[in-house]
Every structure is written in structure tokens, then in C-alpha cells.
Design a protein around this ligand. Structure first.
Ligand SMILES: [Zn+2]
Length: 320
């Protein structure tokens, strides 16, 4: 492998994980240099957390330890406030039966819906301003998109990109250096057919359906073959550059526990991690991060120290 192939080496954590003290020191000691604040609920969970003493101290300490700070989250519930439905249902998604419904995502063919999403994206990012000009405001997790007559011919990736492009345009009015993640994940593994990412939308690849006891390059596993084909298609569409990012799950106790608590110990396969990193580097990725959700005080008490040092060493090009 190349020496230190990855310029950005991260972990993505949720507020409760920061009950485990010393995350900034632990990450810095492991050679990691980006913390991603994540939430399963929406941006307001993070803004509320950062108003608490623990939250505020965490952000200050990550900065003191020299880490970049980013915020990665599903956000449409808050970018198009659901309370607007009663007044203006046309902003919202049409379901399979032809009914506008307030649940999940929006109608991305409706200009006002995109305008409201853009305005709220700026508002959210004023409170959650990354140190990297990189913004991650994803669509609702695994949820359906619009089936109105104008949207029906657009697949999930098309509808996601229409929204992502609108978020980018709005953010650039406020931060001219803004870049926004185009998340290739789950339903958006199927490439867009009609919409293309605007300049400033970067590829973020998150292969949630894969196995972690076999390298992603093992195409005998159907989910791996699908993810690899999707990645190649995505590289064609988004192009590969220094901004593209892998968002993995090697360290994600929540994913490995089926999102149940208590979390199981992270299954650790250093040879798989090494092979994955080599193939990601070969594709051109220079930024790699992993969820580390549920690596909290409870995890430490049950399982001892999570393999953060080994993960960091692998990202630096050493042995996992
Ligand atoms: Zn629509």
C-alpha cells in the first residue's frame, strides 16, 4: 500500500458516545484527524448537545487536539419542517396511491420545497459549521421519495441529487467554499438516470449491506458485487477527486449489533480492513471515515478498549 494514502482519517460518533471521556485524545493518539458528529434523530439533536457543557467541551477539545470537525446526518425531516404540510401539502412527497403525505423526504420537483430546504440548510449549518467546508445533509434514511407526475420518472438517486444540488447552491451563497456530500448508499446505490451532481457535490460511498468478515473486493458475495458495481458507476458520475470519501462501518458497534443495545464487541478483522483500504486507495479515495456508534462508556465497561489505535494505524498505512 502507499505510505499514508489517506489524508483524512475519521470516526463518526453520536452524542451519547461522548459519555466515553477522552475521545479527542484517543482519536488524536491513533492518528485520526476528523471527528464527524452524527445523529439518528436530526440536526437539532446535535445543536442541543453542543449547548450542553459536555457537548461544548467535546467540540473545544477536538479542536485543541487538532482534529477537523464535521457533521454527518440524515436531515430532511428538519430541512422541510413537517408542520408546513397542513398549509402546503404540495411541498411534500406523493405516495404510491397518489396522496401527498408528510412522512419522509419531499417533492424535489417543487421549487418552493427546494428553496425552503436550502434556507434551512443554511440555518442548520450556521449552528453546525464544519472546519472543512464539507457538509453532509442526507435524505431520510432508507425512506421513499416522491411519486408525483413530475417525480415519477426520477429514481431515488435522481431525487436525492436534485435536493443535494439545491442545498449546495444555497450553502454557497453563505459559504462560497461549500461542498456537499452526494451519498451513494442503500437505495442510491442504483445510479441516477437523469440528474447529475453539480460541481461541488462530492462522492460519499457507504456500503451498508456488505459483510465485514470478507474484503469488499470478494465478489462471490452478492452484496459486494452490487456495491462494487455501484461504486464504479458512481465514480463515472461524480468523478473521483480528492474530495471523495468512504464512509464505512468497520468500527460501528451499532451496525454490528443490529442497532440494539447493549452493543456487541466490534468484530475485528485486520486483514479485511487492510484489503479494503488498499482497494479504496486504488480507486483513488484519499478520505476515509467509519461510524463508531455505541463505542461509549457502556461499551468500554463491557468489552474494554475498542480497536481505535489499530484502526488509526491501518489508515496511516501500517498494520491494523
Ligand atoms: Zn414530486
Amino acid at each position: 500500500m502507499l505510505e499514508q494514502p489517506f489524508r483524512a482519517r475519521g470516526l463518526v460518533l453520536i452524542p451519547p458516545d461522548l459519555t466515553l471521556p477522552d475521545w479527542p485524545e484517543r482519536m488524536a493518539a491513533a492518528g485520526l484527524n476528523v471527528i464527524g458528529y452524527h445523529t439518528a434523530r436530526g440536526p437539532s439533536e446535535i445543536t442541543e448537545f453542543l449547548r450542553t457543557e459536555v457537548g461544548q467541551a467535546s467540540r473545544e477539545r477536538f479542536a485543541e487536539c487538532g482534529l477537523d470537525i464535521e457533521y454527518e446526518m440524515h436531515a430532511m425531516q428538519e430541512l422541510l419542517p413537517r408542520g408546513l404540510f397542513e398549509r402546503d401539502p404540495e411541498l411534500f412527497r406523493m405516495d404510491e396511491s397518489g396522496t401527498r403525505v408528510p412522512e419522509w423526504n419531499l417533492c424535489p420537483s417543487h421549487a418552493s420545497a427546494l428553496e425552503i430546504v436550502g434556507e434551512n440548510a443554511v440555518r442548520v449549518c450556521e449552528a453546525l459549521t464544519p472546519t472543512t467546508h464539507r457538509y453532509y445533509l442526507w435524505s431520510d434514511d432508507g425512506k421513499p421519495w416522491c411519486q408525483c407526475p413530475e417525480c415519477r420518472g426520477l429514481n431515488d438517486a435522481d431525487q436525492t441529487l436534485l435536493t443535494t444540488n439545491a442545498i449546495l447552491a444555497a450553502l454557497r451563497q453563505w459559504d462560497p467554499q461549500a461542498r456537499v456530500a452526494g451519498l451513494v448508499y442503500h437505495a442510491t446505490l442504483t445510479p441516477p438516470t437523469q440528474v447529475r451532481p453539480a460541481e461541488g457535490v462530492f462522492l460519499e460511498f457507504a456500503p451498508i449491506e456488505r459483510r465485514w468478515d470478507r474484503p469488499l473486493t470478494d465478489r462471490t458475495i452478492e452484496a459486494h458485487a452490487r456495491a462494487l458495481d455501484a461504486l464504479d458507476a458512481a465514480i463515472e458520475i461524480y468523478s473521483m477527486d480528492e474530495h471523495a470519501q468512504v464512509l464505512e462501518y468497520w468500527m460501528d458497534a451499532s451496525r454490528h449489533s443490529g442497532w440494539q443495545r447493549p452493543a456487541v464487541a466490534v468484530p475485528w478483522h485486520p486483514e479485511v480492513l487492510a484489503a479494503d483500504l488498499e482497494s479504496y486507495a486504488a480507486k483513488g479515495f484519499r478520505r476515509v471515515t467509519s461510524f463508531g456508534c455505541h463505542l461509549d462508556a457502556e461499551y468500554l465497561a463491557m468489552h474494554g478498549e475498542p480497536p481505535v489505535a489499530a484502526y488509526g494505524a491501518a489508515l496511516l498505512g501500517g498494520d491494523a
